[in-house]
Design a protein around this ligand. Structure first.
Ligand code: SD4
Length: 322
């Protein structure tokens, strides 16, 4: 699954990938930089298409990841992100999101209600405020001041499922492909800059006020433009406990490949929770500065989408610990 760019260059077959994308000239040695975008779960395929429009025309990774994350956010059929997202146990849809660019600029929102595109609010926090994180009522107030529209996010379908859940009120989160989960998306652009974004409605039927890993820089997302980027999905509490995405990037800094770094982060969760980890899902994606990528999860079933010149836009299933 991992494709090192050096190997890619050694193959000497760059020209054969030319129909898939433009080759981009980079620095004095004119190395062809291939943009890459990777994102979590099946809906990553559609997200990647939007991101790729930007990357393949020489655009910035930051714009690409925002555009990609907005796709499942705006889709009412996706019940784990944005519009149509599963509510908390009081029936309120509360959204978490963050974004990070190549200059270590960051923005985040948590427990944001009524706004379809929290990732874009997170970007506004990053670009228009002296802060990096707004939550709840204040985040909503800020979003409205920036021209975002107040909307009802609870769809009939999500309301029906929540009312069904209320009958037993059992909170047993097993996040996996059957409910698609959070989108985490990281990209490398033609100028060899990295950015990432993450957005979610969080664990279905969570307690009111609960915030997961998805809006927390270092937990569900981290970008270091010298090294690489990482993102996560799954039971956020466990990702926060190991500051997962930061860990993955730091492991890469110490020499791990993206694949090895994702595996070591998952192993850290198993070490923390040898019993509980058997029954929960956490998945990591990592992308290095040179376009190499990796993925690993606790359980089988964690899919991710890669859009890169040599593969096109493809879905893979990550290897898993269990
Ligand atoms: C959270 N990490 O709120 C998110 C949810 C998720 O797979 O990704 N579920 O904890």
């Amino acid at each position: 699954m991992i494709k090192s760019r050096r190997k890619f260059l050694q193959l000497g077959t760059l020209a054969s990938f030319a129909p898939l994308t433009k080759l981009f000239a980079f620095n004095k040695e004119s190395i062809a930089i291939k943009p890459v975008v990777i994102s979590t779960w099946n809906f990553g395929l559609d997200a990647n298409v939007e991101a790729w429009k930007i990357l393949s025309s020489g655009g910035r990774a930051l714009d690409a990841v925002e555009a990609g994350a907005r796709v499942p956010e705006g889709d009412p059929k996706e019940t784990t992100v944005g519009l149509g997202g599963a509510p908390d146990r009081e029936g309120k849809v509360t959204l978490d999101s963050c974004i990070m660019d190549e200059y270590a600029n960051i923005g985040a929102v948590a427990c944001l209600e009524h706004i379809v595109h929290p990732v874009s609010v997170a970007r506004k926090v990053m670009e228009k405020t002296p802060h990096v994180f707004l939550v709840g009522e204040g985040a909503l107030q800020f979003a409205l001041s920036q021209g975002f529209k107040k909307e009802k996010l609870l769809t009939k379908e999500s309301e029906k499922a929540w009312k069904e859940w209320l009958k037993t009120s059992q909170y047993k989160p097993i996040s996996n492909i059957e409910n698609h989960d959070t989108i985490g998306i990281v990209a490398l652009d033609a100028k060899q800059n990295l950015s990432g974004a993450c957005t979610t409605s969080g664990m279905a039927y969570k307690m009111r006020g609960r915030v997961g890993d998805s809006p927390i820089i270092g937990a569900a997302l981290f970008v270091d433009n010298e090294i690489g980027a990482a993102t996560s999905t799954g039971v956020g509490e466990e990702v926060i406990r190991i500051v997962g995405s930061h860990l993955v990037v730091e492991l890469m800094r110490q020499g791990s490949t993206p694949q090895e770094a994702c595996e070591k982060a998952v192993q850290r969760i198993v070490k923390n929770q040898p019993v509980k980890s058997k029954e929960m899902q956490v998945g990591f994606l990592a992308l290095s500065k040179n376009g190499e990528y990796g993925a690993y999860a606790l359980q089988k079933g964690f899919t991710y989408a890669v859009y890169a010149p040599e593969v096109g836009n493809k879905l893979f299933e990550a290897k898993s610990y269990y």
